[in-house]
Design a protein. Structure first.
Length: 186
């Protein structure tokens, strides 16, 4: 792939050890393998057949990992056209079914007609501080099933304000990153 600056590895499922090309783009910060491994251990009982939304997808590592582990489908949303194209190329090269890529701004995307997802990955660019507005749009716009799971990755020192219906399930930290899995209760 042109402009690729590196590669990351899918760590589990059918695509285990497959490599994803990572374009050299400012602010692109793939979720580390150790964090993905922990997250998908937490999600193991619910990932099979899940409909997922990978909002602010970047490399798409979270969504592709979900597909590799049995998710039924993943809607990837990435505003950077180059990152979205790299994601399409990775999905095609891996012959992965069930992934759709929208080259769109996450906030604008969430203004469209909603379809509910059972699992959402919310990992926006740290500098933009979009956790709270995106979380509110997910909650208020009909984007979540009644008992959806929501994964959030943020700087260790940040404390995004999240909807009251999102109960913390598990959390961890790696380096400067805090990651947490929430469960929505209706």
């Amino acid at each position: 792939m042109k402009g690729a600056s590196g590669r990351i590895r899918i760590i589990g499922g059918q695509l285990r050890n497959s490599r994803l090309d990572v374009p050299d783009l400012p602010g692109l910060r793939p979720t580390p393998e150790r964090v993905r491994e922990t997250l998908f251990n937490w999600l193991a009982p619910v990932i099979s057949g899940a409909q997922c939304l990978d909002l602010c997808a970047g490399t798409g590592a979270l969504g592709i990992e979900a597909l590799s582990r049995g998710a039924a489908g993943v809607q990837f949303v990435e505003r950077d056209a180059r990152a979205a194209q790299a994601l399409r190329e990775n999905l095609k090269r891996l012959k992965t079914e069930g992934g759709q890529v929208a080259a769109a701004d996450a906030q604008a995307y969430l203004l469209a007609a909603a379809r509910p997802f059972g699992l959402v990955f919310l990992d926006p660019p740290f500098a933009q501080e979009l956790w709270t507005p995106l979380a509110n749009r997910l909650e208020e716009g009909g984007w979540l099933t009644p008992s959806a799971w929501i994964y959030i990755e943020a700087p260790r020192q940040s404390a995004p304000v999240l909807p009251a219906s999102w109960a913390p399930h598990r959390e961890g930290a790696a380096g400067d990153v805090r990651f947490a899995l929430y469960r929505r209760s209706s």
